[in-house]
Design a protein around this ligand. Sequence first.
Ligand code: GLV
Ligand code: MN
Ligand code: MN
Length: 441
Amino acid sequence: MPSFAIDASRLLARLHRLGDTGRTDGALTRLAASDADRAGRDLVCGWMREAGLGVEIDRVGNLFGIWHAGDPAADPVLIGSHIDTVINAGIYDGCYGVLAGLSVIEALQEAGFTPARPIALAAFTNEEGVRYAPDMLGSLVHAGGLAVEAALAAIGTDGTTLGGELARIGYAGPRTPGFLRPHAYVELHIEQGPVLDAERLPLGAVETLQGISWHRITIDGIANHAGTTPMAMRRDAGHAAARVVTYLRDRLAGSNAPTVATVGCMVFEPNAINVIPARATFTIDLRDPDETRLQTEEAALADFLVTLAAAERVSIASERLARFEPVIFDPAIVAAIEHAAAQRGLRTRRMTSGAGHDAQMMARICPAAMIFVPSIDGISHNPREHTAASDLEAGANVLLDVIATLALEPDDFWWNHQKSESGDQTKSESGMPSQSEGIPL
Ligand code: GLV
Ligand code: MN
Ligand code: MN
């Protein structure tokens, strides 16, 4: 394989340009299907077209840039990630994978590389799940795990529907989700955690991704006067919610398991200084690399909520927002990543992804894996998110080598390969998210 290289200065310039798109008062918040997202999409579509890619948009707004090279009848190798962000985000999460993917295609084109099959780039809708649940929504629909109509009907935190907002911003495309069947999928991403930075390693070959369980909990108590109601006589939804937060922290901090839990949103009603909260609504994000342990924690939480409701004389309802089982990535692609890194003299380690990624959805329909680069101090979902330029470049070059290898494979490669080498491979079937199902109380 000849040695190619991406254009690092073009990649960095685009990362900063996209990172400056959708800023308000200095903060980058490019929520899915917002005006800011439209501006980011316009920019990325423009760059895709400049690279000669055929731009396709599906009904849930997933963007594809397709390099129609090689055998037009062959399934494309797909590179992907997302360009929607969290609130007050950094510039690398998702955007790095999309823009590095574009750099890879451009480098191959500029080097005169002839792939055996098309190479495509995806920017999936609503990966973050901040505005619409579930997270990884666009790739989930692409993989057939959520019906298009259900996805378009998803109601956002601001009361909008995803379908309405995609139409409003001009990104409700005509293609049927899943129209592009990938030969393989590779996603390059910042680690968003501290491991590579702490171990001074430039790259991670991601072999597994932990399970994710999201719920919205609603606690109903009784509003009453803050000055006149004795402490023992309150039915305080706010206090009950606080007890859930400390329950999760105490239980998991006292355990050796890697389970993590976060209460990231909480709203009290009526939200007044001198009124005992009548209602508390909050979210729980619970994750574990082991499905059995994740189920154990979900059951323990459900038991705690029942006990809490009786003790605090409140009612508690739970709604499931997302549920995905842990994923095992394709061992052959993980090995190809390690091989490509070694060829470039880069040290790697195998790792589990703590964050959710579109790759976990794509693993349902094709061989998939991920490459991580270090996040300085493990900071992410924060404007301080940062990765050294040299690491960004190294990760993109390893992606380049892996994609070039995959793009030369014949159609029967995976079938023959999986039969002969990975008999023990188990692709985990992720649980379907359901808007109605909650923690059984
Ligand atoms: C996505 O960033 C997630 O893991 O929540
Ligand atoms: Mn991401
Ligand atoms: Mn993210």
